[in-house]
Design a protein around this ligand. Sequence first.
Ligand SMILES: CCCCCCCCCC/C=C\CC(=O)SCCNC(=O)CCNC(=O)[C@H](O)C(C)(C)COP(=O)(O)OP(=O)(O)OC[C@H]1O[C@@H](n2cnc3c(N)ncnc32)[C@H](O)[C@@H]1OP(=O)(O)O
Length: 359
Amino acid sequence: MRASQEDFESAMNQVKLLKKDPGNEVKLRLYALYKQATEGPCNMPKPGVFDFINKAKWDAWNALGSLPKETARQNYVDLVSSLTSSSESSTQVKPGADRGQQEYENLVVTSEDGITKIMFNRPTRKNAISTQMYQEIMLALKAASKDDSTITVVTGNGDYYCSGNDLANFTDIPPGGVEEKAKQSAIMLRDFVGTFIDFPKPLVAVVNGPAVGISVTILGLFDAVYASDRATFHTPFSHLGLSPEGCASYTFPKIMGPAKATEMLIFGKKLTAGEACAQGLVTEVFPDSTFQKEVWTRLKAYSKLPPNSMRISKQVIRNMEKEKLHAVNAEESSVLQERWLSDECINATMNFLSKKAKL
Ligand SMILES: CCCCCCCCCC/C=C\CC(=O)SCCNC(=O)CCNC(=O)[C@H](O)C(C)(C)COP(=O)(O)OP(=O)(O)OC[C@H]1O[C@@H](n2cnc3c(N)ncnc32)[C@H](O)[C@@H]1OP(=O)(O)O
């Protein structure tokens, strides 16, 4: 959801009430986002080198380039919200604390060495994402966006990274019938993917094994993807009477070119980790025997980099695209709302659930 003028004004008031000084770096960021949101790109003359304070302010504002006013307003509101929640919350999780094992039924969430790790934890179902698990992932990401960690990692427990949407989600029909279920699911899907689009910190996938469906498509919204050489990447949408989600209809052609994206998204070609890396979906592949050790050593080193700089760099890299990604997400969700009611989809799901079919 976009921040309204009212949200913006309320955030400005909250800044005045902050109990703790947020430090110069954050104050400069607030200043820059405020100026960008209210006046647009910086076109003031650059202050002289000895005018330290005004030069720092000018630099911070100027660094936002042509960031749209609405995005700056949203970022200002997000930043203030992260400041107020961190100064108010007495139960805030510090890196090093293990949290969440009681809070989440389908995830294990831990925070250590500046890294929050969100681990899918339904290994006996190959980490298929149930309706409740979609909600838990959204909650865990929202919490991670506000905690003290610098990097957030998503990974899977067991031999699979994730087998995608839990096909049993299709069987839990509410009193409003299957149309109502499709409508609710489209809203949930849009919110779920939107949480990844808006995630403010570096987001890394540690793909420990095969990945299917929505767990693959959303990788296009991550900042880095490290894969074991045991991992595979499979989006069998046509086999299931479905169509792409997770913004893959936009990110995949951009990442790998339209021809390779077609093979994955329309023909359901399963890629090895090496192929996915060659096509730009995966950052780097590691031998399974040393995967965990090598990846976590690297992530621990990255987590020591200055957090604000990493967040701002992510903003600069991603923000111009956010509007587009939200539009793609809305369109994909609305197309799927229809697909879920199609005979092609219903038959494929029934075949899987009655054990007549597997991928
Ligand atoms: C109208 C309402 C709509 C509601 C929708 C909500 C929003 C959805 C948005 C996203 C939509 C779709 C995107 C996708 O993700 S499509 C991809 C869906 N995934 C699959 O089709 C995978 C299905 N699973 C398999 O083909 C195989 O299980 C496997 C992953 C290849 C693994 O095979 P295996 O032989 O190694 O292991 P297996 O014995 O089959 O698995 C162990 C048990 O786990 C169950 N299971 C695995 N994956 C799923 C799954 N995705 N959904 C449900 N159950 C799954 C499997 O059935 C086994 O169970 P059991 O031990 O036999 O009882």
